[in-house]
Design a protein around this ligand. Sequence first.
Ligand code: FES
Length: 460
Amino acid sequence: MKVVFLGGFGKAADVPEGTTLLEAASAARIETAADCGGRGTCGKCRVRVSGLVSAPSETERKHLTTSELEKNIRLACEARAVGECSVSFENEAVSSEILPFVSDYKQDPSVETNPLFPGKEPRYGVAIDIGTTSLNIRLVEVMSGKAAASAVAANPQRIRGADVATRINYTIENGGGLTELKVLVSERLSEMIEYLAKGRGLVTEDVNCAVVAGNPTMISIVMGLDPKGIAQAPYAPPFTGPVVVEASEMGLRLAPGSKAAVLPIISAYVGADTVGAALRVGLHKPGKPRLLIDLGTNAEIMLNTGKRLFCCSAAAGPAFEGAHIKHGMTARPGAIDRVDIDSGEVVLSTIGGAPPAGICGAGLLDTIAALLDAGMINSSGRLAAQGRDSLSGRIRETEDGPEFILVAKGERGAASDIVVTQKDVREVQLAKGAISAGARFLLEKGGVSPEDLGEVYLAG
Ligand code: FES
């Protein structure tokens, strides 16, 4: 059966009859929001279809109104191709592209570069951060520590769920699920390495070492280790501490015999990514009390009391990465990333100056902060038409509560309205509440008062 994907993808998948549209999208290397991993509970995988697809299921009738079904809106994880059909996505969908990442990172002379693999002559290495949502890689000239190029891509595992718990469940409930998730991520990482090497006139054989960071679930999966202990009491990761393995064991295509060093995992929810951030800012070194907060789906928080290190993890949810947010998207071209309200007017910018397509985490935080300042959100988080008239006109009531129209259809080339809903505000409140609780807990545990803190480092 041929399933054609519309909306600028120019892609099609040839799949057996009865394949879900979500599986077909994955076969065409298109990743769309599937927060619940295709279990039919999140309602995020909305698509508009034409052609031959199965009749709406019970699950679809729960998530979609009759008028939506009449307009051929369907859930991609439920609707199945029964003949030739075409599909366009209602929510953010991305093709598996790799984007160059430009940063103003400069080698910090205080950071020592340490040949990790004595006996070899590493010329180029890659520093890899496997996030639940995004993958980041930096190609580094090993001996000088100079960054040669960087790239970012979406984590293709997102079709199996937005958060680590959903992905762990996927490995528990599906035989072969662990291998599938491992291959998804290691293939994408290898493609990114090839892309970076090519951009510098190199081949992957020129890259002969890797340092890998990531949360414990992502690290377990890429190493092919069963992550279920992370989700079940007593919440133990498959290993703790640092490890060095053959890069090929992770499915990474580097020079033959290359090694990959995984930064230490501390516990089921404090991983190698937090250790990387702590090392980068020297949190382990003596000095005044300092706090590090690594914002993400799980926010990891680490405190140096001046004498000891404490850390914890808080379930912030994926709001900062644009998931579970009505018009949320990851930080890609077209994502609204800066918002201000100036004399009652909304002033915003998008990544790459592209027409607004959605809101990323930074834009969402900006919007909520600006609405708070403008009095459109009260101290309890309630969104209501109050304060300035020009802004009040942007609030509309829906059956799901009030929403603020950040960009109206047609404004700056937007294809449809982009809104921040009451539920979106609640998601951010939940995230902020979780992080704040984690930070306070650590401070209490370490006997440090907020006023004693010399520095607070934010990463994300
Ligand atoms: Fe969650 Fe389809 S309902 S992915």
